[in-house]
Design a protein around this ligand. Structure first.
Ligand SMILES: *[C@@H]1O[C@H](CO)[C@@H](O)[C@H](O)[C@H]1NC(C)=O
Ligand SMILES: *[C@@H]1O[C@H](CO)[C@@H](O)[C@H](O)[C@H]1NC(C)=O
Ligand SMILES: *[C@@H]1O[C@H](CO)[C@@H](O)[C@H](O)[C@H]1NC(C)=O
Length: 256
């Protein structure tokens, strides 16, 4: 019995060391979130935020960018780890930023557009099968490979935000981009705030770095009426370095 208890104690200590989790959120809102509201979120232990900056029609999301700028408040960014990341949903057809299914042009446009605001950032690419991806997996693979290669040359490592179902449908479960996109934000709204339950490998990722465990949730706390996605981050090693949203170059003033 004693050895069982010892074992449990050791297990718990080890587990605690490896399972350092942090709470975060993302949202796809068309509403402005004020610095006071971000402060409220931070005070309720929402440590991290992933903000939308780019729409699937190939335009920048001015309100989303503004929200990231609002988030960039002293109290929210006083740690040594990254607080905010950005995400983009690539444009596939009827793109306002260049030819359709052109990952290279699009990555260039995104980097160029964001330079006005951010000196540095870590970016997630949202891969969602409800978008008009091609039925031809090879065409989809070529698009994403071009996108990531160009983005990598300009800004370094990137992350992928997706579910097994979207990834497997769009590219095939075996398709991998981990050499330049080693980070996975795994979408699975199973309601379980951990990084392991229900995870099965796909796309070459061995484990997620972030789990989006609930989505489209509207609560009354801090940002009433805004539909929120809940995230849990693996905080045990802060490996999204060196990119975080820093040094906002100018306050929101885009006229587009
Ligand atoms: C974000 O919301 C807009 C407007 O409600 C919707 O058209 C779009 O599909 C959403 N995008 C994502 C990635 O959820
Ligand atoms: C992953 O998604 C694919 C495509 O939808 C599906 O065939 C496969 O069963 C899924 N795997 C798991 C473990 O859910
Ligand atoms: C995907 O990988 C699995 C395991 O390595 C293999 O059995 C399967 O044939 C592969 N599928 C394709 C379509 O390459």
């Amino acid at each position: 019995m004693k050895s069982v208890i010892n074992y449990l104690v050791i297990f718990c200590l080890v587990y605690r060391t490896y399972a350092s989790l942090a709470s975060g959120i993302s949202f796809n809102t068309t509403k402005n979130i004020t610095p006071a509201k971000f402060q409220c979120l931070f005070n309720s232990n929402v440590e991290k935020f992933i903000g939308k900056v780019y729409n699937p029609d190939g335009t920048f999301d001015d309100i989303g960018i503004n929200n990231l700028i609002n988030e960039y408040i002293e109290d929210y960014d006083d740690g040594n780890y990254d607080i905010a990341h950005i995400y983009v949903t690539p444009c596939l057809v009827n793109c306002k930023n260049g030819p359709d299914f052109n990952g290279d042009e699009q990555a260039k446009a995104i980097v160029k557009g964001l330079k006005i605001y951010f000196e540095s950032y870590f970016m997630w690419i949202n891969i969602d099968r409800t978008q008009p991806w091609s039925a031809d997996q090879m065409k989809n693979r070529a698009f994403l490979t071009d996108f990531i290669n160009t983005f990598f040359d300009l800004n370094g490592f990137v992350g992928i935000m997706t579910s097994n179902n979207s990834w497997s449908t769009i590219f095939g479960a075996n398709f991998t981009v981990i050499d330049k996109a080693p980070f996975l934000l795994w979408i699975n709204w199973n309601g379980i705030r951990d990084l392991t339950t229900d995870f099965t490998q796909f796309g070459g990722w061995m484990a997620p770095n972030i789990h989006e465990y609930a989505g489209n949730v509207i609560t009354n706390s801090c940002i009433p009426g805004i539909s929120v996605n809940f995230l849990v981050f693996d905080n045990s090693n802060d490996n999204f370095a060196p990119k975080k949203v820093v040094k906002v170059r100018s306050k929101f003033n885009r006229s587009s």
